[in-house]
Design a protein around this ligand. Structure first.
Ligand SMILES: Cc1cc2nc3c(=O)[nH]c(=O)nc-3n(C[C@H](O)[C@H](O)[C@H](O)COP(=O)(O)OP(=O)(O)OC[C@H]3O[C@@H](n4cnc5c(N)ncnc54)[C@H](O)[C@@H]3O)c2cc1C
Length: 458
């Protein structure tokens, strides 16, 4: 395992020069053997998965002079279709966007929350409001007082002032962020290989290292590997690789479950007034929730349209995945009508549906212990993605991006070549929250000293 604190801390500390053989281990990190012939050729790293995590790892390693191959499952980088929020704490992604010199975002947006009773609340833009100590920053605003604390928790648990404001991408993330990002990486020497789905890994028995990623008939050998392709794909690889199946940490992944997601994009024949661009909905059926976005107000390409283009996303959507396209369009339209009546008389003139079975980890109680960290028992195999355990404290895309940078840092640490990526920390807790946390920790410590406390105290 690499020392995470050091990896997150940013600039690389000066390193003492150690004799070759002693460089194999320093602290808790595992280092690559240094070849007697020296380091004339750049080290080869293969990254599988062209999402936020895989791109981040490739981005850092290319800048450090590695020979990087990025394997993409499809014919380009793939952010799921649909609209995506970029919340105020996404400091590392915002730094990336600045580095790329692109401007993909709208201004700060307002969201609304709908229940089956209709519009329940419109959120203010907290960014423009005086910042109050948590949790008062949420409850002090009259707009939110109609919501119960349970509903606020259901809305994501991110209802602190700074976590609720978001930017939207002014088009698909693939087009506005990933395409220019890929271009800049290819100019620096990235090898981007399309339509490659890893089926298994091979290992070198002598060194205990991973030696290649197998994609059907193609074999990608490298000195180190970053797997950033999502949990369900990794589970398939574990099933196909006998030596991974016999490794407990990888076998444990098979205990984890995932949920299905469906995105439905609908073109309606007329202009419909949708009060807020982003709308979170719950209580409509057995799913854990759904959301809809007014793309006509957000996407550059649609702003001149005299029709309405909406994206609806259904989470935990196993009840929808098997339906026909027509039935899915019907379901999505009926849900929209319950929120905004004007959809009633509108006709769907075009649609696109993306079914993503098993695409999101289901964080069930007890799943934490089965989840992987960034380093594995194979010294040259690293994991990245929004579903792994790390200590940064970010979420969703920002977490995926940070785990990719951390994987890049682990490769740098393993070979002892290059600088660590600078990772911006999440904002620290306010003093009163930190004090409450310390008190809670102290109370737990005291509790643990009471004999049979586990038995008597819940
Ligand atoms: C419906 C929905 C809405 C969301 N909304 C938001 C939001 O508003 N804001 C936000 O911050 N986050 C949002 N998220 C979460 C966000 O999309 C993820 O956190 C982020 O995409 C995770 O990035 P990743 O790189 O870890 O994984 P992914 O984005 O899943 O990338 C994995 C990549 O690996 C590829 N891949 C998969 N299998 C293989 C394989 N076998 N071989 C090779 N490549 C493979 C995939 O094609 C993909 O390119 C949302 C997620 C969903 C499902």
């Amino acid at each position: 395992m690499c020392g995470c604190a050091a990896l997150v801390a940013g600039a690389r500390p000066p390193r003492p020069v150690l004799p070759r053989r002693l460089r194999r281990r320093r602290g808790s990190s595992v280092r690559a053997e240094v070849s007697p012939g020296g380091e004339s050729q750049p080290k080869k790293v293969t990254v599988a998965g062209a999402g936020w995590a895989g791109f981040a790892a490739a981005h850092h390693l290319i800048k450090q002079g590695y020979d990087v191959t990025l394997l993409a499952a499809e014919s380009g980088p793939t952010e799921e279709v649909g609209l995506r929020g970029f919340w105020q704490p996404y400091r590392n992604i915002f730094a990336l966007v600045d580095e790329l010199g692109i401007s993909p975002f709208t201004g700060w947006n307002k969201a609304a929350y709908y229940s089956t009773e209709g519009l329940a609340v419109e959120f203010p833009i907290f960014h423009n409001q005086p910042r109050l100590p948590a949790p008062f920053g949420v409850f002090a605003y009259p707009e939110l007082q109609s919501l119960t604390s349970t509903t606020l928790t259901l809305l994501g648990g991110n209802m602190m002032q700074e976590n609720s404001d978001f930017l939207l991408c002014r088009g698909e993330v693939e087009e506005k962020i990933f395409s220019p990002w890929l271009q800049s990486l290819e100019l620096k020497g990235l090898k981007f290989v399309e339509n490659k789905v890893p089926t298994s890994l091979t290992t070198d028995v002598d060194s205990g290292c991973i030696s290649s990623i197998v994609c059907g008939d193609d074999v990608y050998e490298a000195d180190a590997f970053v797997l950033a392709m999502g949990l369900s794909s990794l589970q398939s690889i574990v099933k196909n690789s006998p030596f991974l199946r016999s490794d407990r940490e990888f076998r444990n992944l098979l205990h984890l479950s995932t949920v299905d997601v469906i995105s439905v994009k609908l073109w309606f024949d007329k202009k419909i007034i949708i009060p807020k661009v982003a709308n979170v909905c719950s209580g409509f059926d057995d799913s854990s929730g759904w959301a809809f976005f007014d793309l006509t107000s957000v996407y550059d390409d649609y702003c001149e349209e005299s029709i309405t283009i909406v994206e609806a996303e259904f989470y935990n959507a196993s009840h929808l995945v098997l339906l026909s396209d027509d039935d899915i369009v019907y379901e999505a339209s009926s849900h929209l009508i319950k929120c905004i009546q004007d959809f009633e008389g509108a006709i769907v003139i075009r649609y696109s549906i993306r079914r993503s079975p098993n695409s999101v980890i289901n964080f069930l109680p007890g799943s934490y212990k089965y989840t992987l960290r960034g380093s594995t028992s194979f010294p040259n195999l690293f994991i990245a993605g929004d579903w792994i355990v790390n200590r940064h404290g970010s979420f969703s895309k920002e977490k995926a991006y940070v785990t990719g940078l951390e994987a890049g840092n682990r490769v740098v640490d393993y070979f002892d070549i290059g600088d660590f990526a600078k990772i911006i920390a999440v904002e620290g807790d306010e003093p009163h929250i930190e004090t409450l946390r310390s008190l809670n920790r102290r109370a737990n410590e005291l509790k643990s000293q009471i004999p049979f406390s586990e038995f008597f105290l819940q």
